[in-house]
Write a protein that binds this ligand. Structure first.
Ligand SMILES: Nc1ncnc2c1ncn2[C@@H]1O[C@H](COP(=O)(O)OP(=O)(O)O)[C@@H](O)[C@H]1O
Ligand SMILES: [Mg+2]
Length: 237
């Protein structure tokens, strides 16, 4: 589904005299269709940067990214926009990916209104939203509320419903439960696992927590100081 070759990202620091600090150095891996690759490593080792590079949210300094057989490294903005719905990111903080001025139901309905799933009538959209709300374990009451009126765990469910509405093939989940209460983390991880299976998604699952990554992934890539130092099956020790 996705292949990266010798990916590098250097961020500039210093205003007067620019210095370039390598955040990602020579990272290569591939993720099969339907597979979850876990990416684990200490804070600051470059995990989020890798995730954002894969989705072309930031530009690589060097390297190549192939998505479903297509080299997307040099794609122009407009071409990337067409691909965008096929690859989505779940962030640590669900509120950052929800519009605070939109009711939950409107957020979930938006991909349908934008025509990402073909033409839908208002009543069809209402039914789709209802179905998605059920799938992610929310109810009709939540639909008319705003993100600030929901808990972090509930908002992450909204994010997942919205992503299912978009219907991507590939997801980068970047520490999707790290900002949530410990009591709800397991529920959200369970939900992500179920959705991944039910919708045949391919996933890069990022966490600093090896136990969580082991639980969620088929294979694990260990990252240290901008490099992947080992890739192994999550069954191995
Ligand atoms: N936009 C940015 N500008 C400058 N430096 C950045 C930027 N994003 C990340 N970095 C740096 O790149 C390194 C890797 O960061 P990150 O990918 O966020 O690590 P992780 O997700 O593993 O905690 C860190 O040293 C961080 O400070
Ligand atoms: Mg990070």
């Amino acid at each position: 589904m996705i292949e990266v070759y010798d990916l590098q990202k250097h961020f500039a620091s210093g205003f007067i005299k620019k210095r370039y600090k390598p955040a990602v150095q020579s990272v290569s891996f591939a993720i099969e269709k339907g597979e979850t690759l876990g990416l684990v490593g200490e804070s600051g080792c470059g995990k989020t940067t890798v995730g954002r590079l894969l989705l072309r949210l930031i530009e690589p300094t060097a390297g190549k990214i192939v998505f479903d057989g297509q080299d997307i490294t040099g794609l122009k903005h407009a071409e990337m926009r067409k691909l965008r719905p096929r690859m989505q990111m779940i962030f640590q903080d669900p509120e950052s990916s929800l519009n605070p001025r939109m009711k939950i139901g409107e957020s979930i309905a938006e991909p349908f209104r934008l025509g990402l799933r073909g033409r839908c009538s208002k009543s069809e959209i209402r039914n789709h939203v209802q179905e998605l709300v059920d799938i992610v374990g929310l109810n009709q009451e939540h639909v008319n509320r705003y993100p600030y009126q929901l808990s972090g765990g509930q908002n992450q469910r909204v994010v997942l419903a919205r992503i299912l509405a978009i219907n991507p093939e590939f997801i980068v989940a970047d520490e999707p439960t790290a900002a949530l209460d410990v009591s709800v983390q397991a529920q959200i991880l369970r939900l992500i696992m179920d959705l991944k299976r039910d919708f045949g998604l391919t996933m890069l699952f990022i966490s600093h927590d090896l136990e969580v990554v082991r639980h969620m992934s088929d294979r694990i890539a260990m990252m240290d100081k901008g490099r992947i130092v080992e890739i192994k099956s999550s069954k191995d020790n």
